[in-house]
Every structure is written in C-alpha cells, then in structure tokens.
Write a protein that binds this ligand. Structure first.
Ligand code: NAI
Length: 273
C-alpha cells in the first residue's frame, strides 16, 4: 500500500463510501472529507473531517502529508451553473493547489458527460463495427456538470505541464451496483473495477497526466483507446451478463438515445435542427 496517507474527497457519497471501505480493507491510511457527515462506521486507520470544498485553507490542512488526493467530492449531477460553480470549479482549484503544495498525485473523478454530446457508435452502425471513441477525442460536454468535468481535466493538464503535478483523470461511465438500463451495458463500471482503478492510479510509479475510460470490460462499450497502460489497470468485470435483464430498457427519447451522455444530453435541450 502507499507510503503516505491518501486524501479522499466526497467520502460520504456513493463512490466515496465504496472507496473508503475498499481501500481501508487493503490496509491504506485514509483521510476522508465531505460537506456531509460520514454515514458509515469509520474504517480502520481513517479519520474524517467535515468541510466544504469552497474552503481552500481547510483543504490545504487536510492534504498535509498526503501522497495522493482522490477527488470524488462535488456536484455529481446536472445542476444550474451557479450550483456547480463553487464545489466543482473553485473546489477543484483548491484540490490542485493542495496537490501542488504536497507534491501529491490527483485522481480526478471525471465523467462521460465531459464528452456526452458525441453520438453513440450504435446510432451510426451495427454495434461492434462502429468506431469506438478514443480518449483524445474532442471534449463535448453535455451541460454545466459535464463542463465542470472538462475543466477539471484541463486543469490537470495545466498543473502537469506547469508544475509537474501528476493526475489521472477517470471518465467514469455509470458506477452503480449493477446496470439498470440498456445504456449501462456500454457504460457500467463495477465497484470492484473502481477500487482496482483507484488502487492502480495511486500505486503506479509514474502517471504524468493521463485520461482513462472508466468502465468495466463491456463488449458494448462506446470507448476505445486510453492511457490505462500508464497505470497498469485492467477491468475484470463486464456488464454483458445483464443483457437479458436490462437490454430492453430504453427511454424512448430520441436525444437521450442518440448521445453518449444519455439523459443528461436531453436535460433542457432546445436545439431544433
Ligand atoms: P455523490 O453525489 O454520491 O457524492 C458526491 C459527494 O460530494 C457527496 O457526498 C456530497 O456531500 C459531496 N459534496 C458536494 N458538494 C460538496 C462541497 N461543496 N464540499 C464538500 N463536499 C461536497 O456522487 P457519486 O456518485 O459518489 O460520485 C462521486 C464522483 O464521481 C463525483 O465527482 C461524480 O461527478 C463522479 N462520477 C460518478 C459517476 C457515477 O456513476 N456514480 C459517473 C461519473 C462521474
């Protein structure tokens, strides 16, 4: 396990709780933080501090002595610009300043919504034959939330180029206990693969700035090449086993079904042609 403690933001959230439990079980020393109280029993060797990502001084203090920051805190769904601004943009700046001060690596929980306005490959051809999207594709955020994730990836780019702060940007698809609709046969990331991804991102000797499609080994994935070899991560689970259960569950909304971002692409959509 890592030599220095690891700071986890968003610890009280869905993925934060999974990571806190899974990484503590590997013997890691964790510093947990969130604006909401931590709802579970505190894992061994972990400490929790309740704080707002808007508070840069608090973040600097929490990151003291840490070798990595797993940044999972913030607004995690589409919201108005003013709601996203503080936690996701200012908060991200505070995370990167803390990482710079400590010489820590950042794992940023980016999202498929940073590229959500790319069409799904199966909208243009039969599944499997259509080209999959490589990670160096254009950013095409599907709303204010997706824009904040695109900004986060770019901030990682800048802090690496300018200050040598390493960062692993994981474009998470859909990380839930199991897929619940047809889209998730493409985008699902299992909790096990998430924990293995965070582990690889922290333990890799070098990462530089890299971007990774964070979905399980799904045959129906929308996504192709990325930088996973840089950290030595390979997903082990697959959504395909759920096809019979959820493969028929589609929204009926043409915008939602056309774009990779799904329902987020259609929120407030007003384009007529
Ligand atoms: P979540 O909403 O359950 O957790 C986010 C946590 O951030 C919450 O506990 C919340 O209290 C905390 N938070 C919000 N504003 C804050 C602030 N101002 N200061 C401090 N903490 C604050 O979301 P979830 O599902 O756990 O996602 C974690 C991360 O992964 C998020 O950044 C999300 O955007 C990203 N992600 C998740 C996906 C998924 O499938 N669950 C897909 C793509 C990205």
């Amino acid at each position: 396990h890592p030599q220095k403690p690891v700071l986890l933001t968003g610890a009280s959230g869905n993925l934060g709780r999974v990571l806190a439990q899974g990484l503590a079980a590997q013997g890691w020393t964790l510093r947990l933080t969130d604006i909401a109280p931590f709802p579970d029993p505190l894992p061994p060797r972990a400490r929790f501090v309740q704080a707002d990502l808007n508070d840069g001084v608090a973040l600097l203090r929490q990151a003291e002595g840490c070798g990595a920051i797993l940044h999972f805190g913030g607004i995690s769904v589409e919201q108005p610009f003013e709601t996203v601004l503080g936690p996701n943009l200012r908060g991200l700046y505070h995370v990167y300043e803390a990482a710079r001060r400590e010489g820590a690596r950042v794992l940023f929980a980016s999202s498929n919504h940073a590229i959500g306005f790319h069409e799904r490959p199966d909208a243009s051809g039969p599944q499997g034959n259509a080209p999959k999207l490589d990670v160096d594709c254009a950013l095409r955020p599907d709303g204010y939330y997706g824009l904040s994730k695109a900004y986060g990836e770019l901030m990682g780019r800048t802090y690496w180029d300018k200050h040598g702060v390493e960062n692993v940007n994981c474009r998470i698809g859909s990380c839930f206990p199991k897929p619940v609709n047809a889209r998730m046969l493409s985008t699902w990331l299992s909790f096990g693969d998430l924990i293995r991804l965070a582990t690889a991102a922290v333990l890799a000797p070098r990462s530089g700035h890299c971007v990774i499609w964070a979905c399980s080994d799904n045959p129906a994935s929308f996504w192709g090449k990325d930088h996973r070899d840089r950290i030595g991560w390979q997903p082990q689970d697959s959504a395909e086993a759920y096809r019979a259960e959820v493969g028929h569950i589609v929204s009926g909304d043409p915008v939602e079904e056309r774009y990779q971002g799904g329902g987020y692409a259609s929120i407030g959509y007003s384009r007529s042609a």
